[in-house]
Design a protein around this ligand. Structure first.
Ligand SMILES: NC(=O)C1=CN([C@@H]2O[C@H](COP(=O)(O)OP(=O)(O)OC[C@H]3O[C@@H](n4cnc5c(N)ncnc54)[C@H](O)[C@@H]3O)[C@@H](O)[C@H]2O)C=CC1
Ligand SMILES: O=C(O)[C@H]1O[C@H](OP(=O)(O)OP(=O)(O)OC[C@H]2O[C@@H](n3ccc(=O)[nH]c3=O)[C@H](O)[C@@H]2O)[C@H](O)[C@@H](O)[C@@H]1O
Length: 447
């Protein structure tokens, strides 16, 4: 089939590249000329494992094209996929200006029947409004189909090739069947539904996952007070198939470009029909507070932060991505700086994006985890990149002014810490070193 994908962000680019890889002819469109130039040179504008190789392969084999020329791409396509951003507005609602603009541009470029697939996450009723708007601008026939996206950054290619399900919301059975056919090589687990239910499935799924995270973070906070270990608790809960073992990792809370904005948007969607979504409001509040956990531990252990040096390991909102949108690191580094600490940061891929977003020249950029730890009074780990799991902690401790490690992602085990000489704190777990060892570490620190 012939596809045009509008928007080459995390979703549009991965979708376009994967569809070209299974044999379709795909033109990816973006209004950002710099992004398009980079793509034309075979470079991915985002860090996503495996993506650049697939871009090059499919461009070389002539199935994948990139352009800023939306009109020509739409003219040639039978299916037009909208994958532009729907960021959060100041009042929490989804900002629909980009999708509305893209829909207008598609409408005026149409030269015959098209199926318009909306992949962007949009509030209930938006697909119908988009259809009405397009209908007002073109004489040509079309159908709007909602196909919400469930990929995760960092594993986007795998998630696209092996989705848990494809949800297809449409008013037209024929258009839905065509979109089903498009996805047939990827999975047989497809659900056909109406537009509004498809839109709600997306928000409900993200809100449910966010709820799981806030729930386990509350359990972690309670574990700290009653002397239980949240990792053990999550493992024990996860054996129950009705609960499942995923999304039960306690830590500094969820971030990223989706959970924070989509939970907020769903609260707003409910508010617009006078429904108070109490549970979700608590989920958001718990998540906000969770970011203070690591910060408070640092304040306590260092007896205040003024003139102290803190190393930060990990800046992206999760491993295997350079995305720092709404990353807990932004807020935590901001709080450290505001409290008078000197902050040394390190992330394997997200340094540039983080510094752009933080926009504070006083932060010190390091080129390795050990450089960030060197002469620091404490280190805190905020993203569980694999490389942090393989560090020689004894060596790290020897580089530090004070050997304090606050692990915001519960990465290390008692075995990793054995003999490292660290004062170690994590989230919702008891001290992992034996009381004797901990006492020795503390007295070494005080000596
Ligand atoms: N990032 C993710 O992991 C996921 C995102 N989503 C949803 O997918 C949508 C897209 O998200 P991202 O890919 O993260 O967005 P993004 O912000 O990374 O990319 C959007 C792209 O669209 C381009 N664009 C905007 N208006 C345009 C126009 N009129 N013509 C051509 N290009 C245009 C922008 O220049 C930008 O490159 C959002 O609604 C998001 O909630 C859904 C699932 C996963
Ligand atoms: O709508 C979206 O954009 C996407 O949002 C999430 O994907 P993503 O944000 O890429 O990453 P996740 O793996 O879900 O992690 C989100 C946040 O939750 C945190 N998290 C995740 C799992 C966990 O157990 N604990 C936890 O704190 C992560 O560190 C991260 O900050 C969903 O998992 C995707 O299905 C969805 O398509």
């Amino acid at each position: 089939m012939n596809l045009a994908v509008i928007g080459t962000g995390y979703v549009g680019l991965v979708t376009g590249v994967c569809f070209s890889d299974i044999g379709h002819r795909v033109t990816c469109v973006d209004k950002d000329a710099a992004k398009v130039e980079k793509l034309r040179a075979g470079q991915s504008p985002i860090y996503e494992p495996g993506l650049e190789e697939l871009i090059r392969k499919n461009m070389n084999e002539g199935r994948l094209h990139v352009t800023t020329d939306l009109e020509s791409a739409v003219e040639e396509a039978e299916i037009v996929v909208l994958a532009v951003g729907t960021p959060q507005s100041v009042n929490g609602e989804a900002n629909l200006q980009y999708i509305e603009q893209a829909a207008r541009e598609v409408a005026t470029a149409m030269n015959g029947y098209k199926i318009i697939v909306v992949k962007s996450t949009v509030p209930v009723g938006t697909n119908e409004r988009i259809a009405a708007r397009i209908g007002g601008l073109t004489e040509h026939p079309f159908d709007v189909v909602s196909v919400p996206e469930f990929l995760r950054e960092g594993s986007a290619i795998k998630d696209t090739f092996h989705p848990d399900r494809i949800v297809i919301g449409a008013a037209s059975r024929e258009a839905a069947e065509k979109i089903k056919e498009l996805h047939q090589p990827l999975t047989t687990k497809m659900m056909l539904t109406d537009l509004r239910s498809a839109e709600m499935i997306k928000y409900a799924s993200n809100a449910f996952l966010a709820t799981k995270i806030s729930f386990i973070n509350e359990i972690a906070n309670l574990c700290e007070l009653v002397g239980a270990d949240v990792a053990q608790v999550a493992q024990g809960m996860g054996y129950d198939r009705r609960i499942g073992d995923s999304f039960l990792n306690a830590g500094v809370g969820y971030g990223g470009s989706c959970f924070p904005k989509d939970t907020q948007a769903l609260i707003q969607i409910a508010g617009n029909v006078n429904y108070d979504f109490k549970l979700l409001r608590s989920v958001v509040e718990v998540n906000k507070n969770q970011r203070f956990n690591v910060f408070n531990q640092l304040v306590r252990l260092l007896n205040g932060l003024h003139h102290k040096t803190v190393g930060v390991w990990g800046l992206s909102f999760k491993p295997n991505t350079d995305d720092v949108r709404d990353a807990p690191s932004l807020e935590i580094v901001g709080m450290l700086l505001a409290s008078g600490a000197k902050v040394k940061i390190y992330d394997p891929v997200a340094m540039e994006r983080f510094c752009e977003m933080l926009n504070d020249p006083s932060v010190i950029c390091c080129s390795s985890a050990s450089e960030a730890a060197s002469n620091s009074d404490a280190v805190c780990l905020l993203t569980e990149w694999d490389e942090f799991r393989h560090l020689d902690l004894k060596h790290i401790a020897s580089l530090m002014r004070q050997p304090i490690l606050v692990d915001g992602r519960n990465v290390y085990t008692a075995e990793d810490l054995n003999g490292a000489g660290l004062i170690y704190r994590s989230v919702g777990r008891p001290m992992l070193s034996s009381p004797v060892q901990e006492e020795e570490n503390v007295s070494a620190l005080q000596a």
